[in-house]
Design a protein. Structure first.
Lengths: 626, 100, 170
């Protein structure tokens, strides 16, 4: 039985059904199909997973679904590859995906484009599953582009608003830059190895004869692709804007699954990175920089979703740190825990926004804990999880990342650890700031908004409870050890082994310190925070302006491009040369015709005279040449 | 047979007279008659060529021209009649409806 | 100089004179008479040359049919307008100049050409009416019959023109 193919095709069926029939058959049909098929896919994944468990720790299920193309004696197959790494990713995608589908039935209730929403969401799942299950990097790339498309469609879901449509475009275009790097990497790999199957590439790089290509070059090219999809510096700019989409979309695509595709790609191609210390270093440095800078920006954001978006960027940075120091399993572990608590946070934020009728500014919230208690409790658990309070899920994965950043024998350093810990401190701080300002401080809502506050329906709160539960206990599953047969862990340097317990205490202390600082600063409301901002106005402006990266890109790339397009291509090229030529031709024709028209006098004898003139010319010519 | 040369020159001159007549005369009927003159000049040339080559084909062409001339006049005269009825004039310089 | 040659040259000169008269005569009727003179002279020329068939039909068709028709129309159209009083149009000078130009060019070509007599030994076909007609209808009967199609077309066209004119008149 082609279980893997079924897993991939189920959401596609949902897309087709919802896309073609959804509008006609009404929201009940859409909800059943839209949620039912992902849940079926999840069950099928569980089935495949149990089969895999029976086969052995480093085994893989391989399914050839279709021969895509044959060039000469080489073939490109659509094949699916299911080992423990894909299994974890598929479980996250289908599991969290199904939960968010269920949540969406409540959140999107009554939207005019309900069917379109679920069609897109199912389409996204289809492409995401293609991405994580594809055996060939080519199939993976199809999924990679496909999720980009789905992301674009969903960010710009309310495309009537030009700002939202623009955010979708920005995400798409930024991703294209990364995709170019990914594609170049693919070309290089195929040129050298003649195959794009991930397992074969990994084997080739780990084999006795090293491939005739610099592993670092390939690694960096693939990582460029990953920076685009996973919003790392310098391509991180699209993710905060992507919050223009519906909140469940932010939770599913821009927090739990799609943005971790870059992490998955690097982990999947670990065979290359294990032999590319330079590329790994690049990954670690970019990762830690992204983590740190995104965290600093998150400190001052006032939009609840923007805070979470920057927090996502920051957490993704931490995952790349783990990848960069050779702790691939740990990175996937963080993907796994992050999927739970970040999805929970986003969905909680969605619940808050839902309750407040669309308000997203945390300065206008406060005091919601008693009004929407379920949302508050789940949000608080997820906050504690992301902040790294033991024994919640985030603590385990983050602690392991910091430990490997410090002690890994493959590029770990004290500096990485220090910056990573500073990030963790800030994470804890801004997350608790968010919690305080949203739920606990005295209400700053307008009277009208306050009047409407209501707890969300059970379809939303139920999902929140499940996710909060998973955020709480998810850390007890030892994902890195589970993945070790397929994803080797870097060994810690022995000289540093004895710091392990110390670091755990430090990590806990950091998390608690962040909590205490946020409590001290924001328990009473906005006053103290504003005072602090007033004392450092310049710093506050830089952070509030997100380091003005968008403005920088606009000045360095956008405006010159615009100038060149406008002046060279539009005005000089299109309007002057092309239009000018055509208009010139037309005007010349008209002018000549005007002149020639005066020959046509209507006088019969004049015509005869002209004809005679022509005959004379012809005869003269004939006489000369006969 | 210097005669044939002379006759060819005659044909040439008559043709020229006819052509100039078509160009310069103002009356539509006169123009038509000048065209008949041109046709006659051509017939003369054909007869000369037929005699020179000692074949029949030239004279056959002459008979075809007779037919064409008859057909031409059969159509041209009604057209002139129509024109004169419409414009109340046979002055070709008054016929300028096709002016560009 | 035989009487035949004299007559031939007489007809040549008469044709020439008639042509010139056509150019300078004012009234269309005079032009028509001049044209009839040219045609009759040419018929004489053909007769002198021994091409009797052509000579006969020149008189029958041209003078007998075409020109009678023409004269009849001239008499019918009793229109009085400048074209009956003024001989020449605006294009007199350009027309004459162009005619001269064409004559020069054609004349240059003609001057280089010498019409030599038919080669000796070639039998000249007879242009007497009876043998000519037999020869003609044996060899070229198809062409001759096809011209009837042209005539039918001309008749239909003439009727169409007249009818469209009537319809315009109401």
């Amino acid at each position: 039985m082609n279980l893997l193919t079924v897993i991939v095709l189920l959401p596609l069926a949902g897309f087709v059904l919802n896309g073609l029939l959804g509008r006609r058959l009404g929201p009940t049909f859409v909800s059943v199909v839209g949620c039912g098929l992902p849940i079926l896919a999840f069950l099928a994944t569980l089935e495949a997973f149990s089969t895999l468990q029976l086969t052995g720790p480093d085994a893989a299920l391989i399914e050839h679904a279709y021969q895509w193309a044959a060039v000469g004696d080489r073939t490109f197959d659509v094949a699916f590859y299911f080992d423990r790494l894909s299994a974890v990713m598929t479980l996250i995608v289908t599991g969290v995906g199904s939960l968010i589908h269920v949540y969406s039935t409540g959140y999107m209730k009554g939207d005019a484009s309900y069917a379109r929403y679920f069609a897109y969401l199912n389409l996204f799942l289809f492409f995401m599953l293609t991405l994580v299950l594809g055996r060939s990097l080519l199939v993976c790339f199809v999924g990679w582009e496909g999720v980009g498309l789905a992301s674009y469609l969903l960010i710009g879901f309310w495309f009537e608003d030009p700002a939202k449509a623009a955010a979708g475009k920005k995400a798409f275009i930024t991703n294209r830059i990364g995709d170019a790097g990914f594609l170049l990497g693919l070309f290089l790999l195929y040129h050298v190895l003649g195959t794009l199957n991930m397992d074969e590439i990994n084997a080739a790089f780990g084999g006795p004869v090293a491939p005739a290509v610099s592993a670092s070059l390939v690694g960096v090219l693939l990582f460029i692709g990953a920076t685009g999809k996973s919003a790392q510096i310098p391509l991180h700019v699209w993710l905060p804007d992507a919050m223009a989409g519906p909140t469940p979309v932010s939770a599913l695509i821009h927090a739990a699954t799609m943005v971790t595709a870059g992490v998955y790609l690097v982990a999947r191609m670990h065979g290359i990175y294990e032999h590319a210390p330079l590329a790994s270093q690049v990954v670690a440095v970019i990762g830690v920089m992204t983590a740190f800078f995104a965290a600093t920006i998150a400190l001052v954001q006032t939009d609840i979703k923007k805070v979470l978006a920057y927090s996502t960027v920051s957490q993704l940075g931490l995952m790349f740190v783990a990848l960069g120091v050779g702790a691939y399993g740990v990175a996937v572990f963080h993907v796994y825990t992050h999927a739970f608590f970040k999805a929970c946070l986003f969905l909680g934020a969605g619940s808050v926004i839902h309750a407040l009728g669309g308000e997203q500014d945390i300065r206008k919230m406060g005091g919601l804990a008693r009004r929407i208690p379920v949302t508050f409790v789940t949000f608080a658990i997820a906050t504690a999880a992301i902040a790294g309070i033991p024994p919640l899920a985030g603590f385990f994965s983050k602690d392991e990342i910091l430990w490997f950043a410090f002690a890994s024998g493959y590029g770990g350093s004290t500096l990485l650890w220090v910056v990573g810990s500073a990030t963790a401190l800030m994470t804890s701080f801004y997350m608790f700031r968010l919690l305080w300002l949203t739920f606990l401080t005295p209400s700053r809502m307008t009277h009208e908004v306050e009047h409407h506050v209501h707890e969300s329906p059970w379809s939303m709160t139920g999902v929140l409870v499940v996710l909060a539960f998973l955020s709480a206990v998810g850390g007890f599953v030892h994902v890195p050890e589970f993945l070790e047969p397929v994803l080797p862990l870097a060994t810690a340097r022995e000289s540093l082994e004895h710091y392990e317990h110390t670091l755990v205490y430090v990590a806990v202390a950091v998390a608690v310190a962040g909590f205490l600082a946020a409590t001290w600063l924001y328990r009473g409301g906005l006053a103290k925070g504003d005072a602090l901002a007033a004392r450092f106005p310049r710093l506050h402006r830089v952070l509030g302006g997100k380091y003005f990266i968008d403005e920088l890109y606009d000045a360095v790339l956008g405006r010159p491009l615009h100038w060149v397009s406008d002046r060279v291509f539009l005005r000089a090229g299109d309007r002057f040369v092309i239009d000018g030529t055509l208009h010139g031709l037309a005007a010349t024709t008209r002018r000549v015709a005007g002149r020639l028209g005066s020959i046509e006098t209507g006088q019969l004898q004049w015509y005869v005279a002209m004809a005679v003139l022509g005959i004379v010319g012809c005869l003269a010519w004939v006489w000369r040449h006969v | 047979m210097a005669d044939l040369q002379v006759l060819l020159w005659l044909s040439f001159v008559l043709f020229g007279i006819g052509l100039v007549g078509v160009m310069v005369r103002r009356n539509a009927l006169v123009m038509l008659m000048c065209m008949e003159l041109m046709l006659n000049a051509v017939i003369l040339a054909l007869v000369v060529f037929s005699l020179r080559t000692a074949t029949l084909s030239g004279t056959v062409l002459v008979f075809l021209i007779f037919v064409v001339a008859a057909a031409e006049i059969a159509i041209a005269i009604p057209i002139v009649l129509m024109l004169s009825r419409q414009k109340r004039s046979l002055d070709v310089e008054g016929y300028d409806s096709l002016k560009g | 100089m035989s009487i035949d040659t004299v007559l031939l040259y007489f007809f040549v000169v008469a044709a020439l004179a008639g042509g010139v008269l056509m150019l300078v005569a004012q009234h269309p009727m005079r032009v028509a008479l001049a044209l009839i003179a040219v045609m009759l002279s040419l018929a004489g020329v053909y007769a002198m040359l021994g091409v009797h068939a052509v000579a006969v039909f020149q008189v029958l068709i041209y003078v007998g049919a075409v020109m009678v028709f023409m004269v009849y129309v001239i008499m019918l159209l009793d229109v009085r307008d400048p074209s009956f009083v003024v001989r020449y149009g605006r294009l007199l000078l350009p027309g004459v100049a162009l005619g001269t130009l064409l004559a020069t060019v054609l004349g240059l070509g003609m001057a280089q050409m010498r019409v030599t007599p038919a080669a000796a030994g070639v039998e000249t076909p007879s242009y007497l009416v009876r043998p000519f007609s037999q020869e003609f209808l044996q060899q070229y009967w198809l062409h001759f019959e096809l011209t009837s199609v042209l005539l039918v077309a001309a008749v239909v066209a003439a009727i169409a023109v007249i009818k469209s004119g009537r319809r315009q008149d109401g």
